[in-house]
Design a protein around this ligand. Structure first.
Ligand code: BT5
Length: 261
């Protein structure tokens, strides 16, 4: 059984990326349970080569956590997504429609409000779990992402008024570490169940793009997009779809770009 860590939070007014800062602390010997929080990021990162716009008013944090098996650190990204969606549900009035979107987004009213970036630390059992939440962010700050398949939003766009950032931080960390404790004690299954309970895509037909590369006649070609009905995730965190004939397929990479009601 993985030991439940004690939580130690380092707060900074401004960093390039909390994931980068957390990596630096890990290389200096910081333990599982270490958290880096910043008021803004000058070079916030998304997945791949993408960036995460991180002005003042958002929540930017990274936690050092240990997966039960370092090769399965994706479980921690799923765990963080479930934790953030639970935190958002506690912080916002009940009427709001909140969902996780595989693999690492959290949406309010089908618009992206938060993202999770999970990075493995080479040569270590630790993974860096980065979480960005648009809290008190004005619409103009997010204009560049309105054209994205799931657009972008913030707490203050959805609910008029400002939120207490410290309360948002505490709520996200409480949910993150209570799910981590559950994971340490009982493994990934209860996390899988909670993620699926927080996922409003289940039962919907979706399109999955950016599925990476495959080899065809000795050439690397882009894997075609896929469509199917979301059944859930499997016990490794991969997306499970069924096609029109009811056949099941499992996807480990890709991005959901649209859905049909
Ligand atoms: C993510 O990537 O959603 C992961 C975001 C993780 C950010 C946290 S903040 C703390 C920690 N430290 C870091 O440096 N990173 C983590 P992805 O699914 O690849 O989405 C990135 C895409 O979302 C970008 O290419 C933009 O199109 C869009 N985007 C960027 N900033 C956004 C924002 N603030 N709100 C909504 N969409 C945004």
């Amino acid at each position: 059984m993985t030991a439940v860590p004690s939580v130690k939070v380092y707060s900074y007014p401004s960093v390039d990326s909390t994931n980068r800062k957390a990596k630096e602390l890990a290389l200096e010997g910081a333990a599982c349970g270490t958290v880096v929080v910043a008021s803004e990021q000058k070079a916030g990162r998304g997945s791949g080569n993408r960036t995460w716009h991180s002005p003042l008013g958002g929540l930017y944090l990274s936690a050092l956590l240990k997966a039960k098996d370092p090769r399965r650190s994706v479980e921690l990204a799923i765990l963080a997504g479930a934790a953030v969606s639970q935190a958002v549900a506690v912080l916002l009035p009940k009427a709001y429609d909140i969902t996780v979107k595989w693999p690492n987004d959290i949406l309010i009213g089908w618009k992206k409000v938060a993202g999770v970036l999970c990075e493995r630390l080479e040569g270590s059992e630790l993974a860096i779990i980065g979480i960005g939440v648009n809290v008190n962010i004005e619409r103009e700050e997010l204009e560049g992402f309105i054209q994205n398949p799931f657009s972008a939003t913030s707490f203050s766009i959805e609910v008029a008024g400002k939120f207490d950032l410290k309360l948002v931080e505490i709520t996200v960390l409480k949910k993150l570490f209570s799910l981590y404790e559950l994971y340490c004690k009982e493994g990934f299954h209860p996390i899988q169940y909670l993620w699926e309970r927080n996922c409003r895509f289940i039962g919907k037909r979706i399109e999955l793009r950016d599925r990476g590369w495959k080899t065809e006649q000795n050439r690397k070609v882009r894997a075609p997009s896929a469509t199917g009905t979301v059944l859930g995730i499997d016990d490794s965190g991969a997306l499970v779809l069924s096609n029109a004939r009811g056949e099941r397929s499992v996807y480990v990479t890709g991005e959901i770009t649209c859905f049909w009601q």
